[in-house]
Each structure stands twice: as C-alpha cells, then as structure tokens.
Ligand binder design. Structure first.
Ligand code: PLP
Length: 434
C-alpha cells in the first residue's frame, strides 16, 4: 500500500490542483476573480469565523496562532466519530486525510508531488529528519542568528553533542532598523567554507524580514555540494512559495499560523530530485516508511517505500490533519496572491492609523515587498507592553524588543483604528494598564 496514492508520475512537473471542500468553495465562489476587499471578506468569509469572533478582544496575533474556522471543530469531530463508530475502520478516513494534507501543502508551496510532503508534528522535527539524513558524520552546517528558537536550539544541541558543526551568520544591527540578516553574509560564509547543509528562513520570525537572493544562496550552496533547508513557517500562506522552482532541497513549515490549522500539523517538504535518491534517507523512520507497512515482513535490510513515503515515520497522528483541513483549504481557495495583496494593504492601513496616533511602526525588510505579514513596534519593554495591551483588549505578541502585529482577513479597519487608539494610550503609560 502506498501511504499517499497521489504520486504524480516521476518526471512530471504539472502542479497539483488544491482539494477544497464544498463549504469553503461555497463561501469563496462569489469572490471569484475579484480583488479582496473588506466588504467582500466581511460578507463571505467572516461568517466562517463566528465562534472565534465572539471573543471581545482585537486579535492581532495571527502571525503567532491563526484563528480557526468554525468548520474546524466539525472536521476534528468527523475524525473522532469515525473512531467511535468504525474502530480500526477509521484508519481509512484518517489515511485519506493524510493524503489530502500532503496534497494541499504541495499546492501551497509549489511542489508537483504530494509524496514530497512528509507530515511532522513540528518544523523542528522536519529539521532533525534532514540532519539525520545528511550522509556525513558531524556535518558542517551554516545557519543564521535569525532562525526561530526551535531551529536554533536543535542546531545548538547537535553542535554541543558533536553531531553537527554549526557556523552562525550574525545579524546586522542599526539604531533605526530591526536586526537584519544580510544575504551577502550568508553567501560569504558559504563561499568561505565547505558546508554540508545551509539553514535559512524565507521570512524571519522576529522581524518579518523576507530573505532576498534565495536563488543565489541555493546555487552557491549547491556549488559547494551542500543541501539547503528553507524554513517557510512565516512565508507559506503569506507569499507565493515556489519551493520546487527555487530548487532548495528541503523546506519546513507548519499550520498553526497563517493556515489556521493549530499545532501538530507541520511538514517537511523534499525536492523531487531527492525523492528517489536512495542515498539520501533519514534515520527518523518507522513502519509507515516500510515498502509494505502491513505486510509484516522483517528482512534484515530495511526495505523502504518509494519516493517521499520513504521519509514517513512510525504511526502517524491523524487528528491534527483534520484540525488543519479548513484553514489550509481557505488559504488555497482565496489564493496566496490575493491574500498577499490584501495583507500589504492592511499593513499600510494599520501603519497609518498607528502613525496618526503618534505610534511609530516599521517592518523587517527594506520595502513592503521584502516584509512578511506583520508590523513591528519597537519597544524596549516589549513583553510588559504586550501584557498591558492584552489587558486593555488588544492581543499582540513580542519578540526581541518589538511588538508584532498581524491583522487577518476578518480584521476590520474599524478594529485597527480602535487598536491604534488603545495602543497609543497604553504605550504612553503601560504600567497604568497592568
Ligand atoms: C520561522 C519559524 N520556524 C519554526 C517555528 C516553529 O518551530 P517548531 O514547529 O519546531 O516548534 C516557528 C514558530 O513560531 C517559526 O516562526
């Protein structure tokens, strides 16, 4: 049995069409071909979020934990009901959901083979699968200081245990701008060294800086024989990700931010050029990676499944994939291009209403096109300010001396104006609100 059943023929490069359910199709259909606007989104999309919109706060932490659709609870319920009523028969719909998840993530990141997507519980688990695949003892890794904590911690742990030798590319600081990863510093590190693996983010988590010159970085790494892992957690669903065309070897990401899927539905993507490469296989394995999972044969040489299924592990966790279904479908149905255009407009509006109240905001990246989906407010006491804002009814978060603010498709302009008013009041005297 293939765990996916959706492998496009090897060598085919036709991109897949997303699988969208009837409810999402019905909601999105009237907006077909139209530029997204608040009026359209409030009419057709906001009703899909009636439960979470009952909260009284203004939610601007969508870059951290995306808001779930009402449909999500029913999707998870479907997975559970199948277990009550069908017991082991539930595996049929559980495995089908895994196939659909792999397929839809492939669509999201521009990959033509669904089996190139391997479900993981976390992005960090995806990185470990790659580290445990590099065919070298103690591989030399180049990573930046801008990587997310989970990635940073895993790499430092491997380094400390002499399972990898990590060289860090520092960020650049200037008084007026958030710390920046300079692509030329990554290129210089690659050119000066002999890396086996390069780990970079597409959009940096703390600042929203979009890393430029990705093609050059991938080409330089390949010229040195190194593999590239792209952390797309802050880009998948925000900007078009052309993973396959870019040529990076691996990408990692997850569902709990921009695709509203909650924790547990993360993924590792493998470039098709590696899917049938028997020399690049991970140690992170288990019986779902076997050539015949349910054949119960136990030859001394482990026989792996074909393609990306060789990267599966032990018994998968199906419920997070149901949890991730509706949010991912909504993003695919609305289309990342349209969502991006709307997000940039919203960030302009939010920046303007904040500025009108005397609050200075900024973005990572030098131009709006070089930034992700959130705005920053520089703040030395960012964590205290964040607590005070939550108390006053505006939910944002804080990283490395900045507040991060991310509206989503159901955030209204009126909410952003109200948020700006509260932010201006609270930031002028945070202790009075605590
Ligand atoms: C860039 C980036 N990578 C990865 C993660 C999550 O990593 P993990 O799934 O290993 O916890 C996050 C979470 O905020 C992130 O921002």
């Amino acid at each position: 049995m293939s765990a996916t059943g959706t492998n496009a023929p090897i060598g085919s490069s036709t991109l897949l069409a997303p699988i969208i359910g009837a409810e999402i199709n019905r909601a999105v259909a009237p907006m077909h071909g139209q530029v997204l606007s608040e009026a359209l989104l409030q009419k057709h999309i906001a009703p899909l979020f009636s439960r979470v919109r009952q909260r009284s706060e203004i939610y601007l932490a969508n870059h951290s934990l995306g808001r779930p659709l009402d449909l999500m609870a029913g999707d998870v319920r479907e997975a559970l009901d199948a277990w009550y009523t069908d017991m082991d028969g539930a595996w049929d719909i559980w495995m089908k959901e895994m196939t659909t998840f792999r397929h839809n993530i492939a669509c999201l990141i521009g990959l033509h083979r669904a089996d190139g997507v391997v479900p993981k519980i976390s992005a960090g688990q995806g990185l470990r699968a790659v580290l445990n695949a590099v065919p070298k003892e103690n591989p030399r890794v180049i990573a930046t200081r801008g990587e997310f904590d989970s990635i940073d911690f895993i790499l430092k742990t491997y380094h400390t245990r002499a399972r990898a030798s990590v060289q860090w590319v520092e960020t650049r600081s200037s008084p007026e701008r958030p710390p920046e990863v300079d692509p030329s510093d990554i290129l210089a590190a690659i050119q000066a060294g002999s890396p086996d693996l390069v780990v970079i983010s597409h959009i940096y988590y703390a600042t929203g800086q979009r890393l430029e010159r990705l093609e050059e970085i991938v080409a330089a790494a390949h010229a040195k024989g190194a593999l590239v892992v792209l952390d797309a957690f802050h880009s998948a669903g925000v900007i078009p990700v052309e993973f396959e065309a870019l040529g990076a070897d691996f990408a990692i990401g997850g569902s709990y931010k921009y695709t509203r899927g909650g924790p547990g539905a993360a993924w590792l993507a493998i470039h098709p050029r590696h899917l049938n490469n028997n020399r690049l296989r991970t140690l992170d394995t288990g019986w779902f990676a076997k050539r015949d999972t349910f054949g119960f044969e136990r030859p001394d040489q482990p026989l792996l499944a074909d393609g990306g299924d060789a990267w599966l592990e032990a018994t998968p966790a199906p419920l997070p994939l149901f949890q991730a279904r509706s949010g991912l479908q909504l993003v695919l149905a609305l289309g990342v291009d349209r969502l991006r255009r709307y997000s940039l407009e919203q960030l302009d509006s939010l920046g303007a209403v904040l500025s009108a109240r005397g609050v200075k905001s900024c973005r990572g990246g030098r131009t709006p096109g070089q930034s992700g989906a959130f705005l920053l407010i520089p703040r030395r006491d960012a964590h205290a300010a964040c607590d005070a804002l939550k108390h006053a009814g505006v939910n944002v978060d804080a990283r490395l001396g900045h507040l991060r603010l991310c509206p989503d498709v159901v955030t209204t302009h009126a909410e952003m104006e109200r948020a700006a008013e509260i932010i201006s009041r609270v930031l002028s005297n945070p202790s009075s609100e605590a």
